[in-house]
Write a protein that binds this ligand. Structure first.
Ligand code: SIN
Length: 299
């Protein structure tokens, strides 16, 4: 083993210690990703990463998505800065403090999202998670049968089943605000094959072939089920933590935080979102082929 792993104290999530991101072998990357897929999110306690080292590690896990036309750092266009410096999301309810799944408003969705903590506040600023695969497993069989094969319409902006208190996502200048995409309501994880609810809120707008009110009622029922305490966990960032989550099987939400006043309450995160199949799983057939066993998952 090239790292030590232990469960985090919530309902799910794993802490990873002693992983050398610069030297980890392909077998180690594979093991790390399988741990991530099993536990929905992992937290690597790093001794500090340069931007170059961070991007090099990210490229081993997938294809970094270039999310903005005007990156803050042209040398590292895949890194998005998330901060409370000059921004108070407790007063202005806009941004990532709403339940969502990254890139569910696009045809090519995100695989893994990575948040590297450059500065972490002493209090607050946690990222919350919902385990959508566990929520799917816990559904009554009749509901699983009812939702099998349904397709959800997604659009960037506020979901028709946004949760009370959800913040409104910031508009993306480069995106056509009318562009609707479709994703299965129940999908299989592309590597492990595990079945999961997918992006039921965040960007969901309706269900193909279903009357709007019925669609909203169904999505609402699924949200109330999935967002029960037993399917939730949270990560409180520490400086130099590298948090990674599996987008297919999770939703997440930032927590609102006041504007920084000094080092003790500053939150500065470098985010990289990934898509595509990790290099270490290139030899494996796409879902729904003999997925679970070949990926070493019990799913
Ligand atoms: C995000 O949703 O991309 C960021 C989450 C966070 O800032 O905690």
């Amino acid at each position: 083993m090239e790292f030590v792993s232990r469960p985090l104290p919530g309902n799910f999530g794993t802490e990873i210690l002693d992983l050398d991101t610069a030297r980890v072998s392909d077998a180690g990357v594979r093991e790390l990703l399988l741990t991530l897929y099993r536990s929905r999110f992992v937290v690597l306690r790093t001794g500090g990463l340069t931007d170059d080292a961070y991007v090099a590690f990210a490229e081993r896990l997938g294809e970094p998505i270039h999310l903005t036309k005007n990156p803050g750092d042209p040398e590292h266009p895949e890194i998005v800065r998330i901060t409370n410096i000059g921004i108070d999301t407790k007063r202005e309810p806009k941004g990532a403090a709403h339940w969502h799944t990254d890139q569910s408003f696009r045809n090519q969705v995100a695989s893994v999202t990575m948040l590297y903590s450059v500065q972490a506040p002493d209090i607050g600023g946690a990222t919350r998670f919902c385990d959508m695969a566990a929520a799917y497993d816990a559904l009554p069989k009749a509901m699983q049968r009812r939702i099998e094969g349904l397709t959800v319409l997604h659009l960037h902006g506020r979901s028709v089943v946004a949760r009370p208190g959800d913040h409104v996502p910031l508009p993306l200048k480069w995106l056509d605000p009318q562009e609707t995409v479709r994703h299965p309501l129940v999908r299989r994880h592309p590597i492990t094959g595990q079945k999961t609810l997918y992006a039921i809120t965040g960007t969901s707008q309706g269900i193909v072939g279903m009357e709007q009110q019925a669609a909203e009622e169904l999505l609402e029922e699924l949200c109330q089920h999935a967002l029960q305490e037993r399917f939730l966990a949270a990560h409180t960032h520490r400086r130099h933590d590298l948090l990674m989550w599996d987008n297919p099987t999770t939703m997440h939400s930032a927590t609102p935080i006041a504007a920084a006043t000094g080092d003790h309450d500053t939150r500065l995160i470098h985010r990289i979102s990934l898509r595509g199949r990790p290099q270490v799983f290139q030899d494996q057939a796409d879902e729904p082929a003999g997925h679970a066993r070949s990926a070493g998952s019990s799913a």
